[in-house]
Design a binder for this molecule. Sequence first.
Ligand code: DSN
Length: 445
Amino acid sequence: MNDEKIFKLIENERQRQNEGLELIPSENYVSTEVLRAMGSVLTNKYCEGYPNFDGLDGDDDAVLASTDAGHRYYGGQENTNQVERLAIARARRLFGADHANVQPHSGAQANNAVYNAWLQPGDTVLGMNLAHGGHLTHGSPVTQSAKFYNFAAYGTKDGDIDYEDLEAKARELQPKIILVGYSAFMKVPDFERVAKIGAEIPGCLLMADMAHVAGLIAGGVHPNPLKFGFHVMTTTTHKTLRGPRGGLILSRGIVGNPLKKCEHTLENIPTLIDRSVFPGTQGGPLMHVIAAKAVAFYEALQPEFKEYAAQVVRNAKVLAEELQKRGFKLIGDGTENHLILANIKASFGYDGKILERALDRIGLNLNANAIPNDTLPPFRPSGVRLGTPAITTRGLGEAEMVQIADWMARVATLCVDEENHDEQFDKMREEVRALALRFPLPSEQ
Ligand code: DSN
């Protein structure tokens, strides 16, 4: 039996990815090995519980030397225990954490598990304003966590965190969590300053949602919040980190037995989080995805990944400068990471969705995005967001960034009456395709 319809769609998507250029800053292209692990028989296995956490400090061989049965509710775990142990050990090594929980199915699940581990209903969390670049799971009223907890927001000023606002609100509200994290923010946060503010508040957990920049942290080109007194870092594994879609929680503190209750202290946060992920908020872990996370962490530990992370940032800087030269007004006047946010309304007089759709026509994919204090609605916001993690994986460098800025500027001038410019759009589509095919996806190489 062959499900032709689905496999045809997958083939079409492979072709779309290969013939276009992915500028959505939260996407990336995984390696063949990551794909192989995801498409493996590990998907057949139930593994509720955790492996044994002893002996995770050494190298991979030392980790595999321990064969303790761990804390699972089903038999047949001799391979899956080792897969999860390798994933945990590599994640700890990569981020200098005392503990890693590799089971969250997504970044949202990871964040919810941390809230559930540390908060009581009604407790206050202070995070970045969604309208200034924060994330839905940091307190948007449409989320489940916003029903349980009291979210307050600090803002941004000139594209950076408004630290005075953060400090004043932290003093006034005495939050149980201060959260630094975002999905549209182009600066490097001052973790030290935030950690000092948090340290003055009794029982305040310092949490960093680094989903966007985890790969830059792993590659050594972005500071690591865990080194500045943050207790917890959450992330997705599929953005700059270039693994399978999924979540990850890293923490500092004492690692205990996840089946035993422990005292509600900041020191015990690793165990409180383990208990919150399973059985608190999830059931069986996705072992095929955990294996793929382990593969991605292995790749990120290699020297080439440092070069990749540095090139992501270099490419983003060049792309930002070239866009500015061509009339794009950028929030924060450029970028310090992988991400660029352009105010299309102020640059060209129309909304970001119009440019997003027009760029889709030539095979350049980015997303319309709100800018701070946007006066337009979320489905037709003023800005577009783009970034360089995926195209850098394919090997594009500074020269290609200039070319991309050129295409974007040409489309920006044509898209108000695009129906009159079909020929030019078709020509650019062919140019993008030709460039893309010079830099195939990693799984095509
Ligand atoms: N959807 C992600 C992003 O694009 O930034 C955040 O979860």
